[in-house]
Write a protein that binds this ligand. Structure first.
Ligand code: HAM
Length: 415
């Protein structure tokens, strides 16, 4: 065996696990298309500056988690840690941020973050990601939240909690930030973790979603950002909630939900499961009205979300692999070519199945046929070959009949 193994936090995924991904992507395409999204494929490698400017230099993602390296000419490149910044770059570069137009795109593929691997947290993971550029209206936020929940229900997930908050906007957030900063300073500093003591100065909102129990307890009564929302932000949020109520989509307001990326304003949300341990957030997103302009594009509001596919897969039951229709067992060298051609004819007629490439004994062939799970074993021995027939054995009932070679396709079709 080779002693070269996969990199820590990077996974191989054989069937049936890979079938779950195929299934999730198929349902996602179906649901997202219904809401007007079309697919955009962007590169996995981008200029590092895109993520520094897009995600924020003070975020954990940019500070500690990016796979960044110089290319052969010394330019700093980064494996994308998320899709949003790249999607914005593509939309700006290709003129898809037209004023008064709505652009809806979804992407799906691998992302890379140098995090400590654990259940549901990998260094290469996969996201389904939707971005909607253009609308300022709260109906766009509600539509997106409804779509996320419809999609998660459509793949078969239940018992998820949609958590929602509003982070305000550039006109009301600075005052809240200041207030929170001062409030945090009034706490016994030594009781806060080192990260929180640093974040307090650089990005005090992030202290609210620290997972350290001591910090959580200490900040339980922190001022709430919703109370500091300006009238416009408040009205926006109230409309989003009203539309969710009317559409019958349950949610929980989570005052500590601040998200880990810097571009969010107003509505932010996460969908959480309590069934997969500490990494239970299966989707997250929100509004980012300033992001396109921050990256050099025209002032264009927008919102989006991403789902972690590995986490969705952890919540889904294993998928049953489809049963093949046939297994062709060649029992005699002379029949090999006839078996090979029969396999092609059956596949051309739409059946799935395999042929054992080597001629084997009856016992070994039947073992292979059983292992394949096929509904029918088609036996080609010297007698059959001489007579131009095939023995068709129903693997469930054990019944078998000899049929002329050119009648096998029709016989399987008749079943
Ligand atoms: P995020 O919250 O960083 O948001 O990631 C979204 C989802 O990706 C998470 O809820 C989780 O399911 C999954 N995820 C994140 N990191 C990992 C990991 N290391 N291993 C496995 N799964 C992971 C974003 O990425 C934003 N770009 C979402 C967005 C799109 N906001 C607006 N548009």
């Amino acid at each position: 065996m080779s002693n070269i193994t996969a990199i820590k936090g990077f996974e191989d995924r054989f069937s049936p696990e890979s079938d779950q991904f195929t299934y999730i992507e198929r349902v996602a395409r179906d649901v997202f298309f219904r809401y007007g999204y079309t697919e955009l494929r962007t590169p996995v490698l981008e200029h590092t500056e895109l993520f520094c400017r897009g995600i924020g230099t003070e975020t954990d993602v940019v500070q500690k988690e990016m796979y960044t390296f110089p290319d052969r000419k010394g330019r700093s490149l980064t494996m994308r840690p998320e899709a949003t910044a790249g999607v914005m770059r593509a939309c700006i570069e290709h003129g898809r941020c037209a004023p008064d137009a709505v652009t809806k795109v979804f992407t799906c593929g691998p992302m890379f973050r140098y995090e400590r691997p654990q259940k549901g947290r990998l260094r290469q993971f996969h996201q389904l990601n939707c971005e909607c550029l253009g609308p300022v209206e709260p109906a766009a936020d509600a539509e997106m939240l409804i779509m996320v929940m419809r999609f998660l229900t459509a793949i078969g997930l239940t018992d998820l909690s949609l958590q929602i908050n509003s982070l305000g906007c550039p006109s009301c957030r600075p005052a809240y930030r200041e207030r929170l900063h001062d409030w945090l300073h009034s706490l016994p500093q030594e009781a806060l973790c080192e990260d929180c003591r640093r974040r307090m100065e650089t990005n005090p909102l992030r202290v609210l979603d620290c997972k350290v129990p001591g910090c959580k307890e200490l900040t339980r009564d922190a001022p709430r950002i919703l109370d500091a929302n300006c009238p416009d932000c408040r009205a926006h949020f109230e409309t989003v909630l009203r539309l969710l109520d009317k559409a019958g989509v349950p949610y929980v307001i989570n005052h500590r939900l601040v998200r880990g990326l810097d571009y969010y304003v107003r509505t932010t949300f996460e969908v959480v499961s309590d069934k997969i341990g500490a990494q239970g957030t299966v989707a997250g997103g929100g509004r980012y009205d300033g992001l396109v302009a921050q990256l050099g594009g025209p002032q264009t509001p927008g919102l989006g979300f991403a789902c972690g596919m590995e986490r969705l897969a952890l919540l889904l039951p294993e998928r049953e692999t489809a049963r093949p229709d046939f297994y062709i067992a060649v029992l005699d060298e002379a029949a090999r070519e006839a078996g090979f051609l029969l396999a092609q004819a059956l596949r051309d007629a739409g059946f799935t199945g395999e042929m054992g490439f080597a001629a084997r004994s009856m016992k070994s062939s039947m073992r292979q046929a059983g292992k394949s799970g096929a509904r029918h074993a088609l036996l080609l021995g010297s007698d059959e070959f001489a007579a131009g027939t095939v023995t068709v054995k129903n693997m469930d009932s054990g019944e078998q009949v000899a049929l002329p070679m050119d009648k096998v396709v029709a016989a399987l079709q008749a079943q």
